[in-house]
Structures are given as C-alpha cells and as structure tokens.
Write a protein that binds this ligand. Structure first.
Ligand code: DAH
Length: 337
C-alpha cells in the first residue's frame, strides 16, 4: 500500500514543477482542470481511498487533502500574478490627466513668488546668496559685535568655526553691495536657520525676504511708502502699517514694523492677541558702518533695508495657525491650497 503514497509523492513533485513553469493564464487553466478537476489525477487518488485498508485510509486521505490545498494555493498565487500583469498592460497612457490630482506650488513658495512679484513691480531686482554663510557676511559686515547674543551656539547652527547656516537673509545685502555700485534695489528671498525648538510659531528652518534700496537721497519716508504699498497689495487697501522704534546693529535708526491685523481689521482677535496689530519684521536706514564694510560712501548715499517673515505672511494669508504645518509636507494639508 505504500505504493500509493509513493505515487502521490511522485505526482506532487511533477505537478509542482509544471505549475512553476506555467507561463500564461490559458496554460494555468488547463493544468488546474488536470490537477483538481473531477476527472483529474487527484480525483483518482481520492477514489483509491475506498479500496485501501482501514489503517492506511487516514494516511492517504490526509496526503490527498494536503496536496489539494497545496495545488490550490499555488494556482491562486499564479492567477494573481497573471491578473496584475494584465492590469499593468491595460493602463491607457493616452487618457487625459485627472485634474483633481494635479500638483501645485507649496503655499510657502507661492507666497515667496507673490512677494517677489509685488516688489518687482516697484522696480526691485531679485538677488540671492548661499545658505551656508561665513561669520563675516552673517554678522561682522552687518556691524554685529563679537559678543552679540545672536552669535551664540544656542541661536546659530555652526558647521565649523566661522562657517554657519545663515540666520537671516541680511548677508545678501553685503554680497550685493560688494558686487554692485549704487543705486541698488533688491529683494532677496531665501531659507534661514536658527537653533529654535519647533512650536506653533517657531521652526528651525524658515523663510525671509530681504529688501535693500541704496541711492542718493533715500529716506525713511521711502521705506514706509514701499512697505505700505506692499501691505496693501498683499492684504488689501485697508491695511495699515506702523513703525515702532527698535534696534538692529545694521540699521540706524531701526524699527520693527507691524500690519493692522488682517484677520479682524484691527479690532482685536485671537490672532493679534487682542491688540489689533501683527508684527511682521524689522527695517531701518542702512548703518554707515555697513556702508564702510562694502566701500560705499556714506556721505553720498543713504539707503533703507527691511526684513520680512515669509512664514508669518503665509500663515496670515491662508489662515494657518501652526508654522510646523508648512514644513511637514503632509500632502493632505498641502492639497488644500
Ligand atoms: N535680519 C533681521 C532679522 O532676522 C530683520 C531685519 C531687520 C532685516 C532690520 C533688515 C533690517 O534688513 O533693516 O530679525
């Protein structure tokens, strides 16, 4: 009776080898009938069960059942392979793109573009500088003293001594003035880095946009005019701008500037913490020490400079309340804009 068991073993080896070498659905269907069908080989073995001795019956029964299961699994997996191959072949590359899955600019970069466009329309040119800066461009040339807190390891990412990730876009002022004689009128958007712990209003990487205008007879009134024109184009004609006295090493006098709250119109709300104004960034008249560093004659030329928090402006225009959302790149968030 062991003959039957041996036959089953031989049959199994042959059948699996044939299953493995099947190349298409048609051949698989034929083999399926041959192996599992009512007139198939496995059926013959099943029929033989009734003829064997009582003690052999369970063994042979189990062997036949195991084989049936094995074949069914093999066949199912082959069927799946062929089905997905068919699916791949039937992709129609000539179909039009599904418009609801089109990508678009990230809201942050869209804002950079819009800011740049507004300043370009007022005669500014785009300038840029490297993200990896030296102490000289990021601090020294901008009249920032050796012991200034911004130079601290806790505020600035140093790559090695004297080399750092720029903490603001102001070094582009220096790079531009070194290369060009006045008049210069530039806008310089870019990434900046600070060793800040991320929270709703801080991100270790963020965007700024630097502005600089140097010529004969440039005044603080020009600065206020240009910032106001920008604010109105960006947020609507009712936006007001205010300057508050401040200090920056590279400007004198220096201000911080605010926009009237774009959410409540200045009445007071959660976003402006009920004071009606939103802090945007700093600005001022270029310090003569900065002109000295780039070889400009500060008797002849004056200029204004301003920074701009691009992230802040993005959060305000799209009513987003957490800066981290801008850097996590979750498409479910980005798709909303
Ligand atoms: N660089 C300053 C900052 O990151 C912002 C700033 C202030 C830029 C005054 C300027 C300026 O050009 O004149 O906080």
């Amino acid at each position: 009776m062991n003959d039957i068991l041996n036959d089953i073993k031989t049959f199994e080896a042959e059948a699996i080898a044939r299953l493995n070498s099947v190349l298409d659905k048609q051949a698989l269907d034929a083999l399926k009938i041959e192996l599992l069908g009512r007139k198939g080989k496995l059926a013959d073995f099943s029929k033989a069960i009734s003829k064997v001795s009582d003690e052999m019956r369970p063994q042979i029964g189990a062997a036949v059942n195991r084989l049936r299961k094995l074949f069914e699994e093999h066949i199912a997996s082959k069927e799946q392979t062929f089905a997905s191959a068919v699916k791949k072949q039937t992709i129609d590359y000539t179909l039009p793109v599904r418009a609801d899955f089109l990508g678009h600019k990230h809201p942050l970069l869209q804002t950079v573009d819009d800011i740049v466009d507004i300043f370009k329309s007022m005669g500014f040119e785009i300038a840029s500088g490297p993200d990896v800066e030296t102490d000289y461009y990021n601090f020294d040339a901008l009249n920032t003293p050796e012991d200034h807190p911004a130079r601290d390891l806790s505020d600035t990412f140093y790559l090695k001594k004297g080399v750092l990730l720029r903490t603001h876009t102001s070094p582009v002022q220096i790079r531009t003035m070194e290369k060009h004689k006045p008049p210069v009128r530039i806008i310089a958007p870019g990434r900046c880095y600070r060793s800040d712990y991320p929270d709703a209003s801080h991100s270790p990487v963020f965007y700024q946009c630097e502005g600089l205008y140097v010529d004969e007879g440039v005044s603080m009134a020009d600065l206020k005019g240009v910032i106001t024109a920008f604010a109105r184009t960006m947020f609507g004609k009712d936006i007001k701008v205010r300057f508050r006295p401040h200090f920056f090493p590279f400007t004198e006098p220096s201000v911080e500037y605010d926009f009237s709250c774009v959410i409540c119109g200045g009445k007071g709300c959660r976003v402006c913490k009920n004071n009606g104004w939103l802090e945007i960034s700093g600005a001022g008249m270029v310090d003569p020490e900065v002109f000295r560093a780039v070889g400009y004659d500060s008797e002849k030329y004056t200029g204004y400079a301003f920074g701009m928090g691009v992230d802040r402006i993005t959060l305000l225009r799209y009513r987003i309340d957490d800066i981290r959302l801008l850097y996590e790149n979750d498409v479910r968030f980005i798709r909303q804009f």
